[in-house]
Design a protein around this ligand. Structure first.
Ligand code: IPD
Ligand code: CA
Ligand code: CA
Length: 267
């Protein structure tokens, strides 16, 4: 069993409530208005409603904490702990009726990730992690895989740079190199769940470029607390700024980093 701190217990409760709301709207998605925030960047009325619900309850429980969330924004400040929220990660799946999306709530303080919860309401899967306390799926401890033969049998997850087309040539170089090297790769459309699945040992590794902090915050902590390594493409901590991320067990993280460095994607 996991025992969570009071703020993370609150985050879990709110993520579950938000998940129920998202699921209700998933069943009525044809009634929802969909707008484009930018190139290939849809937002549904459900994203906005779910974020509003999460914001309201987080603010009520912890008025002093900051909030950075995808739809209404916000700032990360050093002065106080801050929630980093993606109300629906996997909006395109949601809008197309693909039942693969999640609510993601991370907690950061002085640039250090402290807690993360990712809730998949369609499977009723709750992933939680707190710094130094391990990672859990529905209260069972989870761990990253232990690949014994390097990349040969690895199943990787990734995401395409639809909105950052300047990264496409380098991305395709890396993708080709991985295709020749690993068992297979998946693109399921929710970076938060991709990271949660690495933590749970369902994927061996995950790599993507140009993500936002709300795609990453909770999932990065999950992978780390499950024993994995997470870095940007320079093997540094800058993923919340660049959005470039490699998450994998120690046994293959270095090899993934090398592929990406040789691809031209890292620059
Ligand atoms: C998206 C998903 C997707 C990733 C995109 C993200 P959204 O988040 O995480 O897997 O490839 O870059 O923007 O827009 O569905 O919250
Ligand atoms: Ca997202
Ligand atoms: Ca989203």
């Amino acid at each position: 069993m996991s025992s969570l701190s009071p703020p993370m217990n609150v985050a879990v409760r709110i993520a579950r409530q938000a998940g129920i709301l998202a699921r209700e709207w998933f069943d009525r998605r044809h009634e929802l208005e969909i707008k484009q925030k930018g190139i290939n960047d849809p937002v549904t009325a459900a994203d906005l409603m779910v974020e509003e619900e999460i914001r309201y309850h987080l603010k009520k429980a912890y008025p002093r904490y900051g909030i950075l969330a995808e739809e209404k924004g916000g700032n990360l400040t050093q002065e106080r702990p801050c929630w980093i929220v993606d109300p629906i990660d996997g909006t395109l799946n949601f809008a197309h009726g693909l039942p693969h999306f999640a609510i993601s709530i991370g907690l950061i303080e002085k640039n250090v990730l402290q807690g993360g919860v990712i809730y998949d309401p369609m499977r009723d899967e709750l992933f939680t992690a707190e710094r130094g306390r391990g990672a859990y799926l529905n209260d069972r401890r989870i761990r990253v895989t232990r690949p014994t033969e390097g990349m040969t049998h690895a199943l990787l997850a990734t995401g395409f740079p639809h909105r950052k087309l300047h990264q496409l040539p380098g991305y395709l170089n890396a993708f080709e190199a991985f295709v020749k090297m690993v068992a297979d790769q998946r693109r399921q459309g929710s970076a938060a769940l991709d990271l949660a699945y690495v933590a749970a040992g369902r994927y061996d590794g995950f790599w993507e470029c140009g993500l936002a902090p709300w795609d990453l915050a909770a999932g990065v902590l999950l992978v780390r607390e499950a024993g994995g390594l997470v870095s940007d493409f320079a093997n540094q901590e800058g993923f919340l700024t660049s959005g470039n991320v490699i998450a994998a067990p120690d046994a293959i993280h270095g090899a993934m980093l090398e592929v990406i460095r040789n691809s031209g994607l890292a620059g």
